[in-house]
Design a protein around this ligand. Sequence first.
Ligand code: T1G
Length: 701
Amino acid sequence: MSNAVSYELVDNIGVISVNNPPVNALAQVVREGILNAVTAAQDDDCEAIVLRCEGRTFIAGADITKFGKPPMEPGLPLVLGAIENSSKPVIAAIHGTALGGGFEVSLACHYRCAIASAKVGLPEVKLGLLPGAGGTQRVPRIAGVKAALDMITSGNPIAAAKAHDMGLVDMIIEGEDLQAGAIEYAKSLVASGAPLKRIRDITIDPATVEAGYFDAARKKLARRARGQIAQDKIVSCIEAAVNLPMDKGLERERELFLELVTSPESAAMRHIFFAERQAAKIKGLSKDTPVRAINKVAIIGGGTMGGGIAMCFANVDIPVLMLEINDEALQRGMDIIRKNYNITVQKGKLDANKMQDRIDLITGTTDYADLGEVDLVIEAVFENLELKKEIFAKLDAVCKPGAILASNTSYQDIDAIAEATSRPQDVLGMHFFSPANVMKLLEVVRGEKTADDVLATSMKIGKKIGKVCALSRVCYGFIGNRMLGGYGREAQMLLMDGCTPVQVDSVLEGFGMAMGPLAMGDLAGLDVGYKARQARTDLPDDPKLYRMGTLLVEMGRHGQKTGSGFYKYDPDTRKRMSDPEVEAMIKEEAAKIGVEQRDISSDEILERCFYPLINEAARILEEGIAQRPSDIDVVYVYGYAFPAAKGGPMHYADHVGLKNIYDKICEFRDRYGEQYWKPAPLLKRLAEEGKTFAQWGAEQG
Ligand code: T1G
């Protein structure tokens, strides 16, 4: 037996234990070990076999690091065949998260038991894949076609109790001693002469599936696929489970799995999987850096952002004190929170009692003196540097030593804010994205003097509240917003050159962005960008620059909040509609400033929107604002809805080729001017050296 898999006889039960830290992934040694143990157990005295795992979790899937590499024997189907065809009952004993190939291993077992805190799931779709070891054939046989489709196309894990209700788990083991409970369960199955329950023997009656069900499912999934291709193939697999015998269904699943595993979409989504975990690591900080305890949090400002941030902490049972300038503002803040929770309850994603528990964790105050005992303060007031410095000076006076003082600013100078206190080492940026209780990204902004344990604590608490964290140094707009400047600018320049808002946005949405730049402007409020530009002194004096954005604001068209911006919005449904009045205005304004309009290709629209963003990212890397190119991919996928199936802007740039991008930027520079199109030195160098951002990132170590 290898170290990764051990076998022992406990009374009359054979116990196979997998031990392959950190998550018992199905590496070659694990597959081989399980196969050998199951084979050996056929001939020894055991009457049943329990398959369990050491460490924090049951098998959490195939070894993702091995995808795209030559396959090694034994393959997983062979291992599952041995389990399923065992002459003695095999029982999977699940704790932690049985995911992907791990859950498929348990589905090949004759019975599954789990402790109450366990979860099971098939998250392959989040890697641009599908369950390739029988999951698409076995789950519908047990849980039904609809439940299988939901489970596999969402990829979300299911709690043990719900899995039990769905028939996916046969027994919930009380208490924490899973091994003992599983052995007792195995003994009871032997004693009752329980059959070798093989899921493959279940057939699905095609008559139970209404006509057109799968086509309707395909259409629905296609609407939110955003460049992902796995969902459609998952539907085909489940359709095969209904219409084909098991082995034919498994063949079909394997075929489609192999198509996906070699696809650029899956490669991009696997890149994001590892980039997300890499982003949590701060270069130069050992993983043993001490962290401070965060048991109570305060939020300054109960507006949209403050309310959303408060919910993030209450959702993980951390009490929150929300401070506002007066009782009216406080009540408004609490009402926003209750409204948001009600929406979640109405969607069936939270039960009303749990909602009340969370709301009860959020209390209000108008007095800074009440903040003496909190461990972390997050300031979320409107963007005014002097006001923020004033607030931090007050916090410095009332907060206990060791309290972390964070600002949710989107672009202000964290060092200037820190200097307003006597403890700059305890100050940093924690930049949430709107809506803060929904968006997964948290930009952690490291000030010049921010202490290592403050950084480590912020990354850890960020993960605890369900955020994906990425580290940024201080600059105007940090990583995400700084890169967005050129993207938004060019979207408006393209209007002057001949595009309509619909044309620009539909190209970006066709690429996979959740929302095009102009519609995004309408959502965020055109007046926000307008005010930010008014405050800037470094913008070129060019009548073409942000011309439409400025005129629309001055006409009172601030976007969705005023019912119109680049588009007009249905007052009831908020549905976006193109506005002929705006399209006419664009033509007039272009004529006024002597711009000859022309037909513009979709490629040019994509290039003029993304290449400034990629170019600015190269500067951000050169300046050390971001630690590594893959962090930037994480920022854009989790903060700006850049399609995961494209892997983020840096992965996408490497896919397009940095030489192509550099050459195009030079072409645009010659056509539109260096004030907008100045190639970043790093991009130029990598283009000339024929390198990628990924290679550069690896060289930086
Ligand atoms: N393969 C390889 N490495 C993995 C891994 C995996 N499946 N899962 C995690 N890791 C590494 C991860 O990179 C990190 O490494 C460390 O383990 C801890 O992970 C045939 C085709 C299990 C819920 O998609 O969702 O099976 O950064 O930081 O927050 O049909 O990891 O420390 O060097 O995430 O406690 C399907 C993926 C695979 C599950 C634990 N399975 N993993 O979360 O720890 S496809 C998945 C997770 C498949 C079959 C198909 C999470 C977790 P490092 P972590 P965590």
